[in-house]
Design a protein around this ligand. Sequence first.
Ligand SMILES: CC(C)(COP(=O)(O)OP(=O)(O)OC[C@H]1O[C@@H](n2cnc3c(N)ncnc32)[C@H](O)[C@@H]1OP(=O)(O)O)[C@@H](O)C(=O)NCCC(=O)NCCS
Length: 190
Amino acid sequence: MKHAMILGWLGFALALVGGRQALRGPVGQVRQRAIRLRRVTERDAAAWARMRCALWPEAAEAEHMGEIADYFAGTASEPQAVLVAETASMLVGLAELSVRSTAEGCTTGRVAYLEGWFIDRDSRRQGVGRALVAAAEDWGRQQGCREFGSDTQAENEASAAAHRALGFEDAGLVRTFRKDIRPKKRGNAR
Ligand SMILES: CC(C)(COP(=O)(O)OP(=O)(O)OC[C@H]1O[C@@H](n2cnc3c(N)ncnc32)[C@H](O)[C@@H]1OP(=O)(O)O)[C@@H](O)C(=O)NCCC(=O)NCCS
């Protein structure tokens, strides 16, 4: 099945061309339709928000829009770069990137990090996620990083499988916790 699909895709290339800042490196996959990878621009704000809402539905759209506005204003601490994948008519995927000083399982102090990775449902399993990660790795190299970190929710088996298929090693599961530390009432402080 897979070989038949790949043969059917021959003759079509996944183009990796630059936006304002060109991403370098060839993408050697042959694919069903041309996909262009580039940096996000302000004109992508609505599509970026749509994909963020699908990836992180626990946050309200207004919150996503606020963080997107901060990114374009240059006031967001992360993401530090956002790569998008587009067809002739629409954006179909994104990779949000940062550089972290520590990351689970990593030993260097400057780790390129895949903060968000999303491909529209209709465009999955066609190599778009792989191409975005390859471009993200190039971005990380350009930032002087020698390691690339990522995470996903424990139950997201598809994401874990995709990470492994792209050469990520499992760095273990981390359980996270939170509690409110509201201001103490007067006279109660110790
Ligand atoms: C995870 C995700 C980004 C992968 O994108 P994609 O475009 O489908 O990935 P690709 O087609 O480039 O596949 C890359 C590799 O991962 C593997 N893979 C992708 N989806 C898979 C799945 N559901 N199960 C098993 N393997 C999978 C592919 O087989 C491929 O390996 P191969 O080239 O050796 O065959 C996409 O499924 C997605 O957006 N999921 C929802 C959001 C999410 O979970 N994001 C990650 C957490 S932040």
